[in-house]
Unconditional design. Structure first.
Length: 422
């Protein structure tokens, strides 16, 4: 009990330290970010103004192309600053594709959504930067002046009798403004984080392409590993069993063709051995083919999922509302997702019961698995294993995995996929 309490206190202290460091980053961003905000805002406004003036000349397009490339560079600096001081990691957009000629290169730059969105960010960042500097530097100095107004008035005008109500209003106003400053700084930092996420990252279409490429690479890697594992198991397991069966049948053939006549006892032993080897080989083949395509899916998910839950060591209550039949690849992914989640419940959760709900409609299919175990399940940071690996495999069919598992439970895992691909 003491150890648990100590861990909680240490965790709270670490959390307070992390909170203070974030606030320090917010303050530093408000101060350090002003020069960059002014530079970026001036750059973007100058680009738009000069681009409009030069648009009727031959220098217009080359100027805009160079300016957009420069905007990309400024966007990288702002991305680094937001990540360093505000703790908001904004994924860098993809590089511009290479082109064969100058005209093609210029056309790519002019139609680059990332550069235009960065210009918009630089314009909007200017007022936010000025506002942040005023909130972090100017207003605190003003609050100090207001709070110390009675003292300043006596020092500057010692012969003038101070006004009591004015001193009181000044101090109260200074204290109120000072107490509101932390919240204002946090709000401005949140606005800067949101603006950076919205405009400095990859365009939505580019992000979608990148996600699909990552999902495809994960799927190909999983399939390659699965086929290699299948090949190894067939070579080392099934093939060896078949060779042993062939040897046993050869011995039985020799026993039948013996010059002294067949030996019934020996033949019985060899036949029993051959029968056992055949059963083991069939079991091995069923185990290997189960991961390729479950036979239970031939009748659809409404038949496969109850069959799957019936084999779970933890009692599972099933709720099905499958009005739309999903694509076979989606059904297979959902089936394996349910199988892995039920396996995790049996192995790691300590749950006494679980619920599995599958529903489909409006082009989406959703699987929800809930258990009353100890909770604290996370997607984690590793790739290819556990819930993280499951999320990666679902992404290959445009699916998402969400985990809600507070310490102490319950754990609710939701998988959502489209019923159709493409």
């Amino acid at each position: 009990m003491t150890e648990h309490s100590g861990g909680t206190v240490a965790g709270d202290a670490a959390e307070r330290g992390r909170y203070l460091s974030v606030r320090g980053g917010d303050l530093a961003f408000a101060v350090v970010g002003l020069p960059l905000a002014v530079l970026g805002g001036a750059y973007s406004l100058a680009v738009l103004y000069a681009g409009a003036l030069l648009s009727l000349t031959v220098l217009g397009l080359p100027f805009v192309v160079a300016a957009l490339l420069g905007a990309r560079g400024l966007g990288a600096v702002h991305r680094w600053l937001v990540g360093r001081l505000l703790g908001e990691r904004v994924e860098a957009p993809a590089r511009l594709p290479r082109s064969a000629g100058v005209l093609a290169r210029g056309r790519i730059v002019l139609t680059d959504p990332v550069a235009w969105r960065t210009l918009l960010y630089l314009v909007l960042r200017l007022p936010l930067g000025v506002l942040g500097f005023v909130t972090a530097v100017v207003l605190p100095l003003g609050c100090v002046w207001l709070i110390g107004f009675p003292l300043w008035s006596r020092l500057l005008q010692p012969d003038v009798r101070p006004t009591g109500w004015l001193n009181t209003v000044s101090v109260v106003l200074g204290l109120l403004l000072l107490s509101a400053l932390p919240g204002a700084i946090r709000s401005l930092s949140a606005a800067n984080r949101g603006l950076a996420r919205l405009l400095l990252g990859p365009a939505r279409a580019q992000q979608r392409v990148r996600e699909l490429e990552t999902a495809r690479a994960t799927l190909l890697s999983d399939n390659t590993d699965q086929f290699r594992r299948l090949e190894r198991d067939l070579h080392d397991g099934t093939q060896a069993r078949l060779v042993a069966l062939a040897i046993t049948l050869s011995l039985a053939d020799d026993a039948l063709s013996s010059p002294t006549g067949p030996d019934p006892r020996r033949l019985r032993t060899l036949v029993d051995r051959a029968r056992t080897q055949t059963d083991d080989t069939v079991t091995e083949l069923r185990r290997l083919t189960r991961g390729i395509h479950p036979v239970a899916l031939d009748g659809g998910l409404d038949e496969a999922l109850p069959t799957l839950t019936a084999t779970s060591p933890v009692p599972v209550t099933v709720h099905l509302d499958l009005r739309e039949r999903p694509h076979p690849a989606v059904a297979r992914a959902l089936y394996f997702c349910a199988a892995e989640l039920l396996t995790n419940i049996a192995r790691h959760s300590g749950a006494r019961s679980a619920d599995l709900t599958a529903s489909s409609g409006d082009g989406r299919i959703r699987l929800i698995v809930r258990d009353d175990g100890r909770g604290d399940a996370t997607l984690g940071t590793g790739t290819g294993t556990g819930l993280t690996g499951l999320a990666e495999r679902l992404a290959a069919v445009d699916g998402v995995l969400r985990v809600d598992s507070p310490p102490g439970g319950p754990t609710v895992v939701t998988a959502e996929l489209p019923t159709r691909l493409g």
